[in-house]
Design a protein around this ligand. Structure first.
Ligand code: FNR
Length: 372
């Protein structure tokens, strides 16, 4: 179908499934075990309802915001997803270019198919990028990578903490990852021994350190000045620990359902985190000093707005952009962002919120989300 027939982010998934190579589709779409977590990620948004306000002058509405102090045209960012070249020869650069055009932030993955420098070089002047970090058993490699990233102007470091071992993604495991695969990543090549017999995910992840722990946090704080965020927090206890240790925020996420199956969706965790921070530390959200992010299953601007109303600074979106560039290249990602932008305009008006600050807790009914 032509791009003008693509009306929402779900459409990209249906089209990608038909046009993508089996191996790439398996890697992008797969999730852990019985794929229950991924199923709930989007479904949980269906349990939150709006309480719109009327008779406010909504001639002009503005949904731009700041994420870690950086301007963003929408309260969302492109989350890190590995192996962009499996879907399209330009890989992650499709995301960089579209992010520049729409003034949104791209989180560069450690396991990008394009090199880190290539992705930074492709950015427009002043374009903001974050970095997702998988921590190497060899801390010298990690230190060099982080310090290089900081020198290159990266504005936030998202340390992935939910992947001491890769989840079993059986769809992906049934595919063999070829040695000469064009998407083979440099970062991993440096690590040597790679087992390619069990799918893309297994092949690229052997260097990740399962020994990573809270005691490593001061070390990260000593090697980097940029904001440090933990990606993959799943309960209020760990969010509170991150706050107490002086981190800049957390991403409440189950890794798109790809790690621990039955890990709750980020939105669900958000509700308990906000409640407990109020109770235990007397702070409320959104909060500039400690920012909460959510990802997993976000497919509509209305989903984003629900997370913002519940206290998130912004949300991450992964697969829809992969599906968009796999099917249509840069134009697909451009279209996906335009669709979200149009959805924001309508939803803000119909909600009676003229700015992101006016998207408040009372605009949603989340009573069917129970907290721990
Ligand atoms: C991911 N994600 C991810 N996260 C991370 O920290 N490092 C990584 O290398 C990857 N790689 C990756 C590959 C693919 C194909 C997917 C789909 C996801 C997780 C990603 O950052 C994010 O948490 C989820 O994708 C969000 O869920 P949705 O938007 O895909 O539903």
């Amino acid at each position: 179908p032509s791009l003008s027939e693509v009306l929402n982010l779900h459409d990209f998934e249906a089209i990608a499934r038909k046009v993508m190579q089996g191996k790439a589709w398996a890697y992008y779409s797969s999730a852990a075990d019985d794929e229950i977590a991924i199923r709930e990620n989007h479904a949980v948004y269906h349990r939150v309802w709006f309480r719109p306000r009327i008779l406010r002058d909504v001639t002009r509405v503005d949904w731009s915001t700041k994420i870690l102090g950086q301007f963003s045209s929408m309260p969302l960012y492109i989350s890190a997803t590995a192996l962009g070249k499996l879907g399209h020869p330009d890989g992650e650069l499709n995301l960089t270019w579209a992010a520049a055009k729409h003034n949104i932030i791209q989180m560069i993955p450690t396991l990008a198919s394009c090199s880190f420098d290539q992705i930074v070089d492709a950015a427009a002047p002043g374009q903001v990028q974050f970095l997702q970090l998988y921590v190497n058993k060899d801390r010298e490699i990690t230190k060099r990578f982080v310090q290089h990233a900081e020198k290159r102007g990266i504005k936030g470091l998202f340390i992935t903490v939910d992947a001491p071992q890769l989840g079993r993604r059986e769809k992906d495991m049934r595919m063999k990852f070829e040695a000469d695969d064009p998407a083979e990543v440099r970062e991993n090549d440096k690590q040597g021994d790679v087992d390619r017999s069990q799918g893309a995910a297994r092949a690229i992840s052997s260097f990740i350190d399962p020994g990573l722990n809270w005691g490593d946090i001061p070390w990260f704080q000593s090697i980097a000045k940029m904001p440090l965020i933990l990606k993959g927090v799943q309960c209020w206890e760990d969010a509170l620990e991150a706050y107490d240790r002086g981190l800049a925020g957390v991403v409440l996420s189950n890794h798109g359902g790809r790690q621990l199956d039955f890990g709750r969706s980020g939105l669900e965790v958000l509700v308990e985190v906000v409640e407990k921070f109020g109770e235990k530390r007397g702070i409320s959200f959104p909060n500039e000093k400690f920012q909460l992010f959510v990802d997993g299953g976000v497919r509509r601007a209305s989903d984003v707005i629900k997370a913002v109303a519940l206290g998130a600074t912004a949300v991450g979106i992964g697969r829809p952009f992969l599906y968009a560039f796999s099917a249509y290249g840069l134009d697909g990602v451009d279209r996906a962002l335009q669709i979200l932008n149009d959805e924001f305009e309508m939803n803000m008006r119909l909600l009676g919120a003229r700015t992101i600050k006016e998207v408040v807790r009372d605009m949603v009914d989340a009573s069917s989300i129970h907290t721990h």
